[in-house]
Design a protein around this ligand. Structure first.
Ligand SMILES: NC(=O)c1ccc[n+]([C@@H]2O[C@H](COP(=O)([O-])OP(=O)(O)OC[C@H]3O[C@@H](n4cnc5c(N)ncnc54)[C@H](OP(=O)(O)O)[C@@H]3O)[C@@H](O)[C@H]2O)c1
Length: 242
């Protein structure tokens, strides 16, 4: 199939939560989308569409990134947007994290960014345009007593830093790289019985909705003079104490 007129997006972590919301929003805006996660093809939420291609795989592995980028080129012929959204959260006291926890978090939150971004940039260079959005967390800027998260912070804090580095590296080639840092979002990542407590983590005392994060990604995608930005969507949590 050739469909080179459409803008083409890759969304990782697409079977649930923010990633699923992004896929739905991009399809509604007439993007062609490659949606990937370990269980993308089994997800009942990802409805069949000629503009949607599903790729299963562990996003921490280079083989998955290669398969995803190849699928985008084979089906749609270009790559305009990559959202490095797949990620995981694990709250433990620092000394309780195991070697296995460390390896899993680095693989899911950092190797995923590295392999996937490396795979899409050559296509974006050929096009002389493209946009990468990395999903971080506001905990990087605003750690919370009672929510021990040193491994999430260790693995996610790199996103805004490397986005700024890549923004400089690729600005002249028409490729933009930005970060979105959500507060706590109403997704399957959090049990509903925790929501009342989690709301208090934001000065605007509600959870972020998936649409809040999707809107931030869509804004950055349309903002052709914005690169290296870290857009915090956290109800003001990064701004100070409350
Ligand atoms: N929810 C929040 O409060 C919050 C706050 C700040 C930042 N974030 C960040 O936002 C992003 C999305 O979070 P979410 O709340 O939407 O999460 P979610 O509902 O738990 O969904 C996570 C997605 O990532 C995929 N995934 C997880 N491990 C994977 C792996 N090894 N390989 C491939 N896919 C994998 C899952 O699909 P499969 O199970 O099918 O693989 C799923 O599609 C994450 O990076 C998270 O750290 C979330």
């Amino acid at each position: 199939m050739s469909n080179s007129q459409k803008s083409v997006a890759i969304v990782t972590g697409a079977s649930s939560g923010i990633g699923l919301g992004l896929v739905q929003a991009l399809l509604a805006r007439d993007y062609a989308v490659i949606a990937t996660s370990r269980t993308a093809t089994k997800s009942k939420n990802l409805a069949a569409s000629p503009n949607l291609v599903l790729v299963d795989g562990d996003i921490g592995k280079k083989t998955t990134a290669v398969a995803v980028a190849n699928a985008a080129m084979k089906h749609f012929g270009r790559i305009d947007l990559l959202v490095n959204n797949a990620g995981m959260f694990m709250s433990k006291l620092f000394t309780d994290y195991t070697e296995e926890d460390f390896a899993l978090m680095v693989s899911t939150n950092v190797a995923s960014f590295f392999y996937m971004s490396q795979q899409v940039i050559p296509a974006m260079q050929r096009q002389k345009s493209g946009h990468i959005v990395n999903i971080s967390t506001t905990l990087v800027d605003q750690p919370v007593l009672g929510v021990p998260a040193s491994l999430p912070v260790l693995t996610k804090s790199t996103m805004s830093a490397v986005s700024r580095e890549l923004a400089i590296e690729y600005a002249a080639q028409g490729i933009r790289i930005n970060t979105v840092s959500p507060g706590t979002v109403n997704t399957p990542m959090h049990a509903s019985e925790d929501h009342e407590t989690l709301k208090k983590l934001h000065p605007i005392q509600r959870l972020a909705e998936i649409s809040d994060i999707v809107d931030a990604v869509l804004y950055l995608t349309s903002a052709s003079f914005v690169t290296g930005e870290n857009l915090r969507v956290d109800g003001g949590a990064h701004a100070g104490r409350w």
